[in-house]
Write a protein that binds this ligand. Structure first.
Ligand code: C2E
Length: 713
């Protein structure tokens, strides 16, 4: 497209000549005789260049020039002022008002054509440069990246706009010295930044580092600065070129990612990942410096019950409170300094998930130090937790393993602290225990036992024993408790006290319970078929059996399949089972009751049943725990409790059975208080099926005992 020239001149001859001569040079020429027309054409016709006379009838050419420069559309438009030949002051003024160039009158039109071409070329280049600069400035602004050139000999720095913006300064209030920014640098980083500048200045050393500044109105910012040094051929330092970038957002994002990756969202404590890394580090340090560290593995006691009964929100609150409490029991130590990014967090305390917390203690002088912390934690736990109107009492079991003696790596130390924690649970919870190597054996033993137990049913190693319930006055067998026995091929007879907990822990108890139920009912059916005198058989149910969704259908089907009357089946449940989720318990008990099954509370007196609940449970029988019966003669407390339980049963119209009766004195005491169903070694030990059948047929031999009861009774 042809180049368009606008000439603004009040001299009609000049305008005419311009149109004629410049058209010959290949330009399109438009003209204006006064400034107002000229400005309007400059805006609407978009010329590539303006020839502007200094003297115009309305306002002078300088002001036209100034006005065009102030408008965005004509800001960069090349303007050539037409001046008198030796009118130097006009020439100077022309530049002052923003003219691109001047051309002296009288006009040599040929020469003017060349000049116009040259100016247009130069202006194009200038335009491209301005464009690139703007793009660069824009890019710098977007990337919060400032650039600079520093001439160390004179200590003068040329800085880009963004550099000033980063520091919240302007060209006017920041001195050219590269050291001028130092007062804004964070006190802790100042020495380092100054040293890098000095090394670049004196030794020509490049650098790259991060530091913090305090920017006016923008708070603390984190900067990344990188510098290259340019030297002359003689080796002198010419200048230093660098970039300075505000990486605060990046650092924040990294911190957030780190928080997600390393911290537990609920409690804000270290998570499993961070725990592992820190413990790993600690173990290596302990080994290198011949020091000792301790790992405390903390598991809340019966936390599931809180979650199940009060809901997960309450459970979460409890976990947060517990996390805080553990935290306050631990002094901050050097380990926190490892992860400077978040120095406010005490990373010695971690939550591994669920209700499992850990504490890593560094540089302990003796195991007692760890024990002391464990005791502090237990004390802190014992404080009641108030959530709304609820007051909760919680406790924890703590296992302690010492590093490196109990484990050189995270895995083994954690496993051993976990074993120690389980030892606490086994011994009744709410305490702490150090790991010792026999625990490993116990666990291996447990594993082996668990494996063998799974095969016990198929390999026919399980057997039911029967222990009669007696009426000592009549000598009648009024029922029997079914007790499971395991004839292990190598270990011999394994007690249910040993294998039931293993089965409960592994979940195998569900299968085992179902087997006992079916087998007990089958035997009872068999006795009926053989025309033997039959009695109700009581089976023990574990919590998992009682809560299992198959329980009711299983019992119903078994009774139906065998055509057994439900009142020949007694289910014994401990107080603990009943009290866990009372509403569900009532529903299940009622369903069993509706089926006609007889319900008995085993080990009564050892749990914490509330009388309120007891009234709401549709029960048939209470069994006084063996531990009370044992000392009823010698311990007035046990005597009183036993008498109270008997009274309670009578009031609630429940039968009462005394367990573990071993002496005639005990039996006598119980009889006098009104308990006339008993079970215990005095009458018979649990016995194999055949022996019990024999006893059923011939009746129990009460011998002299009966005489005693008959006389006394
Ligand atoms: N010192 C003494 N002990 C007496 C006397 N009379 C009975 N015993 C013992 O007391 C335990 C009574 O059973 P438990 O309290 O239900 O306690 C049972 C029960 O909780 C559990 N158990 C046994 N069989 C089963 C089963 O089939 N399922 C479930 N879930 N648990 C079972 O194992 C526990 C222990 O069973 P056993 O070793 O058979 O021990 C039986 C029995 O042998 C006595 O006069 N003196």
């Amino acid at each position: 497209m042809a180049t368009k020239i606008l000439i603004i001149d009040d001299d009609p001859i000049i305008r005419l000549l311009a149109v004629e001569k410049l058209s010959e040079e290949g330009f399109v020429v438009i003209d204006a005789m006064d400034s107002a027309t000229g400005i309007s054409l400059a805006l609407h016709e978009k010329p590539d260049l303006v020839l502007l006379d200094v003297v115009l009838p309305d306002i002078d050419g300088y002001q036209v020039c100034q006005h065009l420069r102030s408008l965005p559309a004509t800001q960069h438009l090349p303007i050539v002022m037409l001046t008198g030949l030796d009118d130097t002051s006009s020439i100077v003024q022309a530049y002052d008002f923003g003219a691109t160039d001047f051309f002296a009158k009288p006009i040599n039109w040929k020469l003017l054509g060349y000049r116009i071409r040259y100016i247009l070329r130069a202006s194009k280049t200038f335009e491209q440069l301005a464009h690139s600069e703007a793009a660069l400035a824009n890019a710098q602004r977007l990337a919060h990246l400032g650039s600079w050139e520093w001439y160390p000999q004179a200590d003068i720095t040329e800085r880009s706009d963004e550099y000033y913006r980063i520091y919240g300064m302007t060209r006017d209030n920041l001195l050219p010295s590269m050291f001028a920014v130092l007062p804004q640098v964070h006190a802790e980083d100042q020495e380092r930044v100054k040293a890098a500048l000095e090394a670049a200045m004196s030794k020509g050393l490049p650098y790259q580092h991060e530091f913090r500044i305090l920017a006016p109105h923008n708070g603390v910012r984190v900067l990344h600065e990188q510098a290259r040094v340019f030297k002359s051929e003689q080796g002198y330092i010419d200048y230093v070129e660098g970039i300075t970038q505000d990486i605060t957002e990046l650092v924040d994002a990294q911190q957030r990612i780190r928080n997600l990756a390393y911290y537990d969202a609920l409690t804000g404590l270290a998570n499993r990942q961070l725990f592992r890394e820190l413990l790993q580090h600690e173990l290596q340090r302990a080994q290198r410096h011949d020091k000792q560290c301790a790992l405390l593995f903390i598991d809340l006691d019966r936390f599931k019950r809180i979650n199940d009964t009060l809901g997960h929100d309450v459970g979460d609150m409890v976990l947060q409170i517990v996390g805080n409490r553990i935290n306050t029991c631990i002094r901050s130590s050097d380990i926190a300094a490892l992860h400077q990014a978040n120095p406010t967090k005490n990373e010695q305390v971690a939550r591994l998930g669920g209700d499992e917390f850990t504490v890593v203690l560094t540089d302990i002088a003796q195991p007692e130090d760890a024990a002391q912390v464990a005791r502090r934690i237990l004390e802190a736990m014992a404080q009641p937790i108030q959530i709304g109107t609820q007051e909760l009492i919680i406790s924890a079991s703590i296992g302690i393993a010492l590093g490196p003696q109990d484990g050189y790596d995270v895995e083994s130390l954690l496993k051993n602290a976990d074993l120690a924690m389980y030892a606490v649970k086994d011994k009744g919870r709410n305490s702490y225990h150090f790991f010792d190597h026999t625990m490993n054996e116990t666990v291996l033993n447990k594993f082996a036992l668990e494996n063998d137990l799974r095969k016990a049913i198929e390999q026919d190693q399980l057997e039911l024993y029967f222990q009669p319930k007696i009426n000592p006055l009549s000598g009648d067998i009024v029922g029997a408790e079914v007790l499971l026995r395991w004839k292990h091929p190598h270990r011999g007879m394994v007690s249910p006290v040993t294998f039931i907990p293993v089965a409960e822990e592994s979940g195998f108890i569900v299968e085992l319970g179902a087997w006992v139920l079916k087998r007990a009912c089958e035997i009872n059916r068999e006795w009926q078929s053989r025309g033997m005198p039959i009695v109700p058989l009581a089976i023990n149910l574990s919590a998992a059996n009682f809560r299992h969704h198959d329980l009711l259908p299983d019992i119903r089907r078994t009774l139906e399949d065998l055509k057994l009357q439900p009142n020949f089946l007694v289910i014994e449940l401990t107080e603990g089972i009943l009290m866990n989720d009372v509403d569900e318990t009532i529903q299940t008990l009622q369903a069993l009751k509706d089926m006609g099954v007889y319900l008995s509370v085993d080990d009564f007196g050892t749990g914490y049943s509330s009388l309120n609940y007891l009234k709401r449970f549709p029960l048939d029988e209470l069994k006084i725990d063996r531990s009370f019966v044992k000392d009823i003669i010698s311990d007035p407390n046990d005597a009183a409790i036993t008498a109270a339980i008997i009274g309670l049963a009578q009031n609630l119209k429940l039968s009462v059975v005394a367990e573990g009766v071993e002496t005639t004195e005990q039996a006598d005491f119980l009889l006098r208080r009104g308990c006339n169903t008993m079970q215990g070694y005095l009458f018979a030990k649990p016995m194999p099926q055949e022996d019990f059948e024999q006893m059923l047929m011939s009746g129990i031999n009460m011998g002299e005992m009966q005489a005693v009861f008959m006389v006394d009774g």
